[in-house]
Design a protein around this ligand. Structure first.
Ligand SMILES: Nc1nc2c(c(=O)[nH]1)N[C@H]1C(S)=C(S)[C@@H](COP(=O)(O)O)O[C@H]1N2
Ligand SMILES: [Mo]
Length: 556
């Protein structure tokens, strides 16, 4: 029965329930209880948003937590005096106190948002949106800003807005059905009196929606908390590690290896920018204290190695460029790092592979596997059980505490992160994760090259145009790089010295161009004199081929 009532929404008078109240006293009661439920809806919606943001961060990467970003920004913004006072007052519980204060502040603002939303549709949603933007601003003050980190506060705000609208609609339906002569007293609008079944149903609907939101939020919060606790413990363990000096240091980088063309990616990829590929929904949190690596299968004796055992070995440090088989021609799923680790061949020598074995199936803590030719692990190349990446323990995302790095092979057949087992076996008996999914059992990296400068789509001025990029043929090395303009003759580029044959090389070439549209292609030839495959092929099943083509718009 809505005869005497109107839907109140954006056109409402601000008092919210004004048009239905019969007596001023009842009016105020309706207002109070309705507002109370609206505040609860606001808090429920915000909590749901925050829980989704934290859960997504928990799953994707520990560094993405919006709450952590906001907390960090608050810590940075607070004057030193207040900081000292907080530390004196709360001691080691200062972080918990900050989180509690943040929770309280969010709850108060969310309650206000709920009340506003009841008065004026989307007013509260706008407050939630501002929360999200404040979260983005907090992320921007952090040292490692990634697109994903910026998206999460917006995701949290979007979820909060959706939940708020959902709850506000139900609350309004309940209030709209409220019989005027049976004003809401007690716990909520319309909980007493001869309310029709419609009122009871709409009340139940609102309360159920609120309870469901609260329960889902609590569950999400607990999951995020558990995950966060595990990841935090492993991050702390990581921070306590001091890596030993290598028994064999990385050969120095030739001064000319990085010609310094503006716009080129750094020769050594910084860890935060290093491409990441894996099937892990949540980054495995593997404690170095409990980590063990087992060598099993066709071996003379099984071997077990702890993290402490591994750090005590004579470690070597080498630059190796790893690449993903899914990298499209011209793509960026390739990175070069200085890895610290123990040669896998030395571990395998302890175990003694039996004759007939031709593959090592490495398994990660989360069950993923790669099948690597035994040869590639024993032929003397720098195949490493790596513990360090560019002078730090491996980042969690890149396989902490231990991963494999094998020069010359795509990651899917060699670069197992969070590695816990090496099973010596045969290609005839076993297959890595991607092989039954349509990817080749063997995955040697294909010689390839990329144009990085000028950036595609960026117009350049006529005259001398400097082209630059990278070329790689891991474990063979690059012998020559050439460029051709509009399918003209190949012109040899200046090839910078590589760090080693296991890394990518930078190249550059200055070309004179008049205004117009050009198609520039690059071709690398390895040190055996074999040019890269010119046939355009997609990544599956064993790596993309073809020339990278840059379309260049030269302006006068
Ligand atoms: N445990 C595990 N290790 C893995 C993968 C994976 O899915 N799970 N992906 C592999 C693939 S396909 C690549 S290309 C490299 C990428 O390593 P990165 O993320 O450190 O760059 O990791 C390899 N190691
Ligand atoms: Mo990959």
């Amino acid at each position: 029965m809505r005869s005497s009532r109107q839907k109140h929404g954006a056109d409402d008078d601000g008092a919210g329930l004004g048009e239905r109240a019969e007596s001023p006293v009842r009016h105020r009661a309706v207002l109070r209880t309705g507002a109370r439920w609206a505040a609860a809806a606001g808090i429920g919606a915000a909590a749901g948003g925050v829980a989704v943001g934290e859960l997504a961060a928990g799953l994707a990467s520990p560094s993405l937590s919006p709450l952590t970003a906001v907390g960090g920004a608050v810590i940075d913004a607070v004057p030193p005096g207040v900081k000292d006072w907080a530390i004196a007052l709360f001691g080691t519980a200062d972080k918990a106190a900050l989180l509690a204060a943040m929770a309280l502040a969010i709850a108060v603002l969310a309650a206000v948002a709920g009340v506003l939303e009841r008065r004026q549709r989307f007013a509260g949603a706008a407050v939630m949106g501002i929360f999200g933007l404040a979260g983005v601003a907090a992320v921007l003050t952090r040292s490692q800003v990634t697109p994903a980190a910026l998206v999460l506060p917006l995701l949290a705000a979007a979820v909060a807005v959706v939940l708020l609208r959902f709850l506000a609609r139900r609350l309004q339906a309940w209030e709209d059905l409220e019989p005027g002569d049976a004003g809401p007293e007690g716990e909520g609008p319309g909980d007493t009196g001869p309310a029709g079944t419609g009122t009871a149903a709409s009340r139940r609907s609102f309360l159920q929606a609120l309870a469901t939101t609260a329960a889902a939020t609590a569950l999400g919060g607990v999951l995020a908390g558990i995950w966060r606790g595990a990841a935090a413990a492993v991050s702390e363990a990581r921070a306590r590690i001091s890596l030993p000096l290598p028994a064999s240091a990385a050969p120095p980088i030739p001064a000319a290896a990085e010609p310094g063309v503006a716009g080129m990616p750094p020769l050594v990829s910084p860890n935060p920018d290093f491409y990441r590929i894996d099937t892990a929904l949540a980054v495995p949190a593997v404690s170095p204290e409990t980590w063990v690596l087992k060598v099993t299968g066709r071996v003379a004796r099984e071997v077990q190695l702890s993290f402490a055992d591994l750090l005590a070995k004579p470690l070597v440090e080498r630059h190796v460029t790893i690449a993903c088989v899914s990298n499209e021609v011209g793509g960026d799923l390739i990175g070069n790092a200085r890895w610290l680790g123990w040669p896998v061949r030395e571990l395998l020598a302890l175990a003694g592979p039996q004759p007939g074995a031709d593959m090592v199936l490495s398994r990660s803590a989360d069950g993923w596997t790669a099948g690597t030719p035994l040869d590639a692990l024993t032929d003397g190349r720098d195949a490493l059980l790596a513990v360090g990446m560019n002078g730090e323990p491996l980042p969690l995302e890149h396989g902490f505490p231990v991963r494999l790095v094998v020069p010359g092979l795509y990651g899917y057949v060699s670069a197992t992160k969070w590695v816990t087992e090496l099973k010596v076996t045969r290609f005839a008996d076993d297959a890595g994760y991607w092989t039954p999914r349509g990817w080749s059992a063997r995955g040697p990296i294909k010689t390839s090259s990329r144009i990085d400068v000028p950036r595609s789509g960026r117009p350049v001025s006529a005259g001398t145009v400097v082209f630059a990029g990278v070329a790689w043929a891991q474990h063979t090395g690059i012998g020559k790089v050439e460029l051709r303009v509009n399918r003209g003759p190949w012109q040899e580029a200046e090839l910078a010295p590589g760090i080693s044959v296991d890394t990518w090389y930078q190249w550059k070439l200055a070309v004179h161009l008049t205004p117009g549209q050009y198609e520039v292609q690059v071709r690398a030839t390895n040190l055996l004199g074999e040019p890269q495959d010119e046939t355009a092929r997609p990544p599956a099943p064993d790596g993309a081929t073809g020339f990278h083509t840059a379309r260049v718009d030269v302006k006068s």
